[in-house]
Design a protein around this ligand. Sequence first.
Ligand SMILES: *[C@@H]1O[C@H](CO)[C@@H](O)[C@H](O)[C@H]1NC(C)=O
Ligand SMILES: *[C@@H]1O[C@H](CO)[C@@H](O)[C@H](O)[C@H]1NC(C)=O
Ligand SMILES: *[C@@H]1O[C@H](CO)[C@@H](O)[C@H](O)[C@H]1NC(C)=O
Ligand SMILES: *[C@@H]1O[C@H](CO)[C@@H](O)[C@H](O)[C@H]1NC(C)=O
Ligand SMILES: *[C@@H]1O[C@H](CO)[C@@H](O)[C@H](O)[C@H]1NC(C)=O
Ligand SMILES: *[C@@H]1O[C@H](CO)[C@@H](O)[C@H](O)[C@H]1NC(C)=O
Ligand SMILES: *[C@@H]1O[C@H](CO)[C@@H](O)[C@H](O)[C@H]1NC(C)=O
Length: 500
Amino acid sequence: MFFITLILDFLTYTSISAENSFVCPSNFITAESGPIGVIPYGRVGLSVIPALYDCAYNFYVYPGWALHFSISTHYDQLLGDNITFTDSLGVVHILITPNQHIDQWSSAPSAILHINTISNTSQMFAIYEFVNIAKKYQHVLIPTGEYFSLGNMKNRYYTFHSKDKDRVALNIAVKNTQDYDALLDFIFVYDCGDVTNCRMVARLSNFLKRQKYSTSNNITIVNFYDVKSPSYLIGNDFSKIVVFSKYKAILTSRNQRTTGELFDASDQGTAYTWICSDCQHFYWTVLKFHKSKTNISKTYIELRPLSPTYNTSTLLNYTMSSALDSYFPQLIPARMFTMINHYSGIAVTLDTSLTQSMAEKWLKPYDGRRGTIFSPSLWDPFTAPAFSFQFEDRDQKFMFGVNVKDVRISATGESLTIKTGPTASNNFSYKEFVSESTDYWTRREAKGNFMQISYDGWDRNSMAVVSFDMKQINFKKSELTISMIIVICFYLKFSNFIYS
Ligand SMILES: *[C@@H]1O[C@H](CO)[C@@H](O)[C@H](O)[C@H]1NC(C)=O
Ligand SMILES: *[C@@H]1O[C@H](CO)[C@@H](O)[C@H](O)[C@H]1NC(C)=O
Ligand SMILES: *[C@@H]1O[C@H](CO)[C@@H](O)[C@H](O)[C@H]1NC(C)=O
Ligand SMILES: *[C@@H]1O[C@H](CO)[C@@H](O)[C@H](O)[C@H]1NC(C)=O
Ligand SMILES: *[C@@H]1O[C@H](CO)[C@@H](O)[C@H](O)[C@H]1NC(C)=O
Ligand SMILES: *[C@@H]1O[C@H](CO)[C@@H](O)[C@H](O)[C@H]1NC(C)=O
Ligand SMILES: *[C@@H]1O[C@H](CO)[C@@H](O)[C@H](O)[C@H]1NC(C)=O
């Protein structure tokens, strides 16, 4: 319908006779002679191309503009007829036999429609339109370090911009279940922040295969074809990526279990940014080293908040040990984090379930278990510090050990609370207040059926990190009854006390 309207508009100010309709223009066709046109001139619909016709329609596209072609054909290449469209990158798109309709775009500066016939039976019709990009699309800046859904580009074009004046490295993030994304062919990459000041350098598919980074602190993508790719892109500051031997991004979404086989043989490490497109947490459930691909004495796996651009420091660090399994599951309260492997071949599983059963697995004590609890604010400064977890087993008693590794209380009334005791339903405990003078860094141990660790507060500058361990205690029945009365619990409160 859109094109029919355009054609009618066009016909109101065009009147070239049908006989001359396949004359071959000797000059470049530009937006100056009208933003919209048709081939053959003056026609509406498929038209027979004369025999032995050989004409290149040369288009000149002004900077900041693009050319849209819609071509319909009914012809036979076996008769020696040939219709091709060459875009600004010099890529030739051949229309193949027998009935075809293609929609193609070219960026500035030029494009060629080449029609070449032997027979007198081929038919074609094309309509073209010059589009001013800045007029048709709204321009949006995305800071480096962040990811972006390619399914969400309608009426806008996007520039990845490095605030630190670094070059921009683009990486695709695809799900591990996703096949190669053919739609990346339809997204144009301009190597600058303003489509009028530079040329389109590649289609996104090729850009990601070959060049991967910009020459300035901006890189721009435009989706003329309006395709909805399922992939995500992440832009990073180039200098933060080159320190690794390799860099990749892995996409997941809520209620997915993602497994990865990740390999690295270097000291710099290979970095993998994990992205959950619509959730705020990952349960890391499996970490297995493949012994044959791992240098046991040198390997370690680091986890850092967000993407490399943010230059965050390591919050979790694992080496190969016999007790490795006892660190899992481990909750990572983040929408995005970066895992860096050194000298290892590993299998990992990350689960983004929102289910009750996954939460129960995370909160289930077992003998020998270790882990760390973090404020989400530590993984992403735009989230709150609050958390509350109760690890509990009504049937078994544990010696719970906790180490407050770091805490920063930035607002009055906020507190970190750690309680252990008999099952919660017994509802008795005593609280221990820890003040400024107390050495809260010391390790504490207490026996019980449950351990509750929570941070109460909303200031985004606040945070707490607590590591824990658990040992099962094998009491006889009688001892268990007695020990129920000895409630061991403590409560840490830091008020009006600000650390930096
Ligand atoms: C059609 O034209 C293209 C480009 O000019 C050329 O590569 C191709 O071989 C031609 N095909 C035929 C069947 O002539
Ligand atoms: C098309 O070509 C064929 C053979 O080359 C010829 O017989 C026929 O008359 C032509 N038709 C037209 C409409 O020119
Ligand atoms: C990159 O884009 C920003 C925002 O549009 C602009 O201010 C800046 O001048 C651009 N940098 C270069 C080198 O073009
Ligand atoms: C592991 O690292 C050590 C120390 O650098 C080195 O001597 C050894 O050859 C490495 N082993 C393998 C299998 O790469
Ligand atoms: C990145 O972090 C490291 C260590 O925390 C620091 O030495 C370095 O200066 C930081 N780089 C930038 C560009 O902020
Ligand atoms: C992680 O552990 C390894 C091995 O113990 C160590 O070499 C590395 O420095 C640690 N990384 C951090 C950031 O602490
Ligand atoms: C538990 O204790 C609190 C406060 O001490 C009280 O309000 C609550 O009713 C008690 N719950 C049960 C089940 O006894």
